[in-house]
Write a protein that binds this ligand. Structure first.
Ligand code: HEC
Ligand code: HEC
Length: 290
């Protein structure tokens, strides 16, 4: 039912004047010194890609960062990502309320936040990273915006699952476990790269198998198979996979199409990219769908 959702990428976001050098901490000492706001900036402006939906297109992606926009209009819904700056209504929400909205999709008034915000993934955000995202959102420049509410012609679920009490940190490092955490809860790669069933992405049976279609001004992009099968990434080198992820360029030099947020992904540290590739290599092989 969410098949036709599309999100156009703000490609320029990664090449803006915003520097991530200090947040892309490479050494253990730097990591220890990183503040919650720095970590939040690294995630939100990097691979969590909140701005891929919540920032306007074009140059305003920077000057009006996170002030909201129309994300998609189709038969099922007109989804409008609200203003996440301190000029938006979230400024009236407590940190705990905002955290619950991001991780569980429930607003303080009890209403459920609709698709395509990737809640199947965000439910797994660690307490530390969720707190960092909230801390950073409180610091972005306030930008006024005047957006109408979303309209859903489909019923929204009462919740995306039972309440999430707490999620422990996955230790950082170039490991399959941390790569799984980054490719799942943080960057929601696996939400786009797993086929959709009636209950959302079929993570249990078809993880990383691809096939999800994204229509847009670019035509129709189909999320490819990322598993270790020959239909997937088996024949690519690590360097080729890295270039596709952070530059949106295939080994033959051709450019890839949205909505994969290449510009945001370009802001991740080398260790985090290595962890994600290590994780992709570990995905059990599955042939393409159909
Ligand atoms: C794929 C698109 C997409 C991504 C990525 C996304 N969002 Fe959203 N978000 C939306 C849409 C659409 C809505 C509004 C849905 C509705 O109206 O029910 C929304 C709603 C919200 C709300 C509720 C705000 C309000 O005023 O009701 C919060 C908070 C939020 N998003 C935070 C985030 C954060 C933080 C991130 C990154 C970690 C993020 N979103 C990533 C699309 C997205
Ligand atoms: C919003 C949806 C979306 C997200 C999020 C996303 N992707 Fe993609 N990805 C796509 C689509 C669509 C394509 C196909 C682009 C094309 O054909 O030009 C693609 C292509 C790729 C490819 C090229 C594979 C091939 O065989 O051509 C790789 C590798 C990849 N994605 C990995 C990732 C990783 C890793 C992440 C997370 C860090 C990620 N993607 C996040 C939608 C997404």
């Amino acid at each position: 039912m969410f098949k036709s959702f599309c999100v156009a990428t703000v490609l320029i976001a990664g090449s803006s004047g915003v520097s991530f050098a200090e947040t892309a901490a490479e050494t253990a000492a730097e990591t220890a010194a990183e503040t919650a706001v720095e970590r939040g900036a690294y995630l939100v402006r990097g691979f969590a890609g909140c701005g891929n939906c919540h920032s306007p297109f074009g140059p305003e992606a920077i000057s009006k960062e996170l002030s909201g926009r129309l994300v998609d209009k189709n038969e099922a819904f007109t989804a409008i990502a609200p203003n996440l700056t301190p000029a938006g209504r979230i400024s009236q929400w407590s940190d705990a309320e905002l955290s619950r909205a991001i991780r569980e999709g429930i607003r303080p008034d009890g209403s459920v936040i609709g698709p395509p915000m990737p809640f199947a993934m965000y439910r797994g955000l660690s307490d530390t990273d969720l707190n960092a995202i909230v801390a950073f959102l409180r610091t972005v420049p306030a930008v006024e915006s005047d957006l109408p509410p979303s309209e859903y012609n489909i019923p929204l679920p009462p919740a995306y699952g039972p309440p999430v009490e707490t999620v422990a940190d996955v230790p950082r490092g170039v490991t399959v476990e941390y790569g799984a955490y980054l490719a799942g809860p943080v960057a929601h790669c696996m939400e786009c790269h797993t086929p959709f069933g009636p209950m959302g992405p079929m993570l249990e049976t078809d993880l990383g198998r691809g096939g999800f279609e994204f229509p847009g001004p670019w035509g129709v992009s189909v999320a490819p198979n990322l598993t270790s099968h020959a239909d997937g990434l088996a024949d690519y080198s690590d360097a080729e996979i890295a270039t596709m992820i952070v530059e949106g360029k295939r080994p033959d030099g051709t450019g890839m199409t949205p909505p994969m947020p290449y510009g945001f992904l370009a802001n991740m540290s080398q260790d985090d990219l290595d962890a994600i590739i290590l994780y992709l290599r570990s995905l059990p092989p599955l042939p393409d769908v159909g």
